[in-house]
Design a protein around this ligand. Structure first.
Ligand SMILES: Nc1ncnc2c1ncn2[C@@H]1O[C@H](COP(=O)(O)OP(=O)(O)OP(=O)(O)O)[C@@H](O)[C@H]1O
Ligand SMILES: [Mg+2]
Length: 237
């Protein structure tokens, strides 16, 4: 692991206890450096959600080692594991997971609960995060009064607001039509250009095709890890 790795998986395996015992991942090794944007792709049942749970510090591997933002998840206590989850990772889910009784700014402020800040300071930071995703004009809307694409942008603001080391997105365009899905992917591109480290899980080859690096898993194994050649615009930038 180099100093700039945000995430490092070393021969990671996961078995679900039975009966019957199910092996979901074997010998998964890869790392993600600060500022990288990586897609994890694979067909249904290949182990993507299992991997997400491990990389998101929601579960621990059966074998091997995962280091998230400098913390080895196999050796930390349960309490430390949840601290890693809250401090180092921003989650974006397929189904947005917003609280319907709260307006957009308060949903975003939920991403700061762990920080123990005052309500006023959390709301200020939440407004800044909403500006970042282009939604400050919708700060007082509840989720039911937002479009699907806007809901996902609020969820992305909530994930970003604590400035996590890693943004972890699970099928973030899965519940969106093509136009809103594209807008969300453009937002991820922009966050990547601004320096965010992103791991995006998808079964959609079209989504994967536009990412700078894709790690493909099949039957619980990494079957390829491909970095795309930079575009002409990136070379001249
Ligand atoms: N809690 C569990 N207990 C036992 N087996 C499980 C459990 N969760 C997943 N599995 C098994 O582990 C394997 C990988 O499942 P996983 O949910 O990680 O796949 P996935 O790639 O996310 O699939 P999908 O695209 O359909 O969501 C599958 O064979 C699945 O049946
Ligand atoms: Mg899954």
């Amino acid at each position: 692991m180099t100093g700039s790795d945000v995430l490092r998986l070393d021969a990671v395996g996961k078995e679900y206890p039975g009966p019957p015992v199910t092996r979901a991942l074997s010998e998964v090794t890869f790392s993600v450096r600060t500022g990288e944007y990586v897609g994890v792709v694979g067909p249904s049942g290949s182990g993507k959600s299992t991997l997400l749970n491990l990389v998101g510090a929601l579960d621990r591997p059966s074998e091997g080692r995962i280091v998230i933002d400098g913390h080895d998840t196999s050796t930390v206590s349960d309490r430390q594991l949840s601290a890693v989850r809250c401090r180092s990772i921003g989650f974006v889910f397929q189904s947005f997971n917003l609280v319907d009784g709260l307006d957009a700014v308060d949903n975003v402020a939920l991403g700061l609960l762990y920080a123990g800040e005052s309500t006023a300071s959390r709301r200020r930071r939440a407004m800044t995060a909403l500006e970042r995703v282009g939604l400050s004009h919708r700060s007082d809307h509840r989720p039911s009064r937002l479009s699907g694409g806007e809901r996902q942008r609020v969820a992305i603001a909530r994930a970003l607001v604590s400035d996590p080391a890693l943004l972890l997105a699970d099928e973030p365009t899965g519940n969106l039509d093509t136009q809103n899905g594209d807008a969300v992917l453009e937002l991820f591109d922009e966050l990547h250009r601004e320096g965010a480290t992103i791991v995006l899980i998808t079964h959609d080859p079209q989504v994967a095709g536009r990412l700078p690096r894709t790690v493909a898993i099949r039957d619980g194994h990494v079957c390829s890890d491909v970095t795309a050649a930079p575009t002409a615009a990136e070379v001249s930038a």
